[in-house]
Ligand binder design. Structure first.
Ligand SMILES: [Zn+2]
Ligand SMILES: [Zn+2]
Length: 262
């Protein structure tokens, strides 16, 4: 039975009691309730020889409490965004989070979720922030369209494209930018030059490719989507990417491209 214990008040507090690093390191063992507490306590102790054996007594029920309440994804997110946990644990938390949510990827149509996802990809992915184009044309992913105007986008592709651009605005590298939260990396937004809604025309070709994703400052991005007189922004981007797009089978004139922005 659940005791009345202030440590259960919030996930934050519960996590601090467990130890954030311990929570991710033994995530699957905490999750698997067929593993006996004593057995798991031994295992944790072996990995953390300086931990007191009595510590495990409160760690394990607390960790399992998070799973009972179905708060494990929230807990992983807290760890990824925490400032008092080591980078290796953050990366592990992200890996686990990605695995646990991979089957949900297709429903990820919320813009804020996507931006948060790209942010985590940039900050906590163990892969380095350098990327070289893969110029093999790829067939379109069949399930591109989920709802009438929602498309599957890869966070990894977005991250690769932003890092390839050096995290500056590709319209002009001197456009003002700010840093990402908890990071030294500039905040720029990924934008599909040939929009994913053009998938009908390019039904055989994957449009969610790094060659088709540009890095933009917030202002240019909003200008492109919602502003008038976009030629000064769209034209240089088109000229810059035209050949790269052709390499992966996306052939489009400027006039045709501009139609998608009207
Ligand atoms: Zn956009
Ligand atoms: Zn800009």
């Amino acid at each position: 039975m659940e005791k009345h214990d202030s440590k259960y008040e919030s996930i934050e507090k519960t996590l601090s009691a467990i130890g954030k690093a311990t929570f991710v390191q033994f995530y699957y063992e905490f999750k698997d309730t067929t593993i006996f507490t004593e057995e798991l306590a031994q295992k944790i102790l072996l990995n953390k020889p300086r931990a007191k054996s009595s510590n495990q007594n409160f760690r394990i029920p607390r960790a399992r409490h998070i799973f009972e309440k179905g708060k494990e994804l929230e807990a992983l997110q807290i760890i990824m965004e925490s400032t008092n946990v080591d980078l290796a644990s953050k990366r592990l938390a992200k890996e686990i989070y990605d695995k646990e949510t991979s089957h949900k990827e297709i429903f990820e149509d919320d813009e804020e979720d996507f931006k948060d996802g790209v942010n985590r990809e940039i900050l906590y992915s163990s892969e380095s922030n350098s990327y070289e184009y893969d110029n093999t044309p790829k067939p379109s992913k069949k399930k591109t369209v989920i709802a009438s105007n929602t498309y599957v986008r890869s966070k990894k592709v977005a991250k690769n494209a932003l890092s390839k651009a050096g995290f500056v605005c590709e319209v002009c590298s001197s456009h003002p930018l700010f840093k990402r939260k908890n990071s030294n990396i500039n905040y720029t937004e990924p934008h599909h030059l040939v929009p994913l809604c053009a998938s009908n025309r390019f039904s055989e070709i994957d449009l969610d490719r790094e060659q088709n994703v540009v890095s933009l400052c917030s202002n240019c991005h909003n200008h492109l989507h919602y502003g008038a007189d976009i030629d000064d922004i769209l034209k240089p981007l088109y000229n810059m990417r035209k050949i790269l797009l052709e390499k992966i089978g996306i052939n489009i004139t400027y006039e045709e491209l501009k139609k998608y922005y009207e």
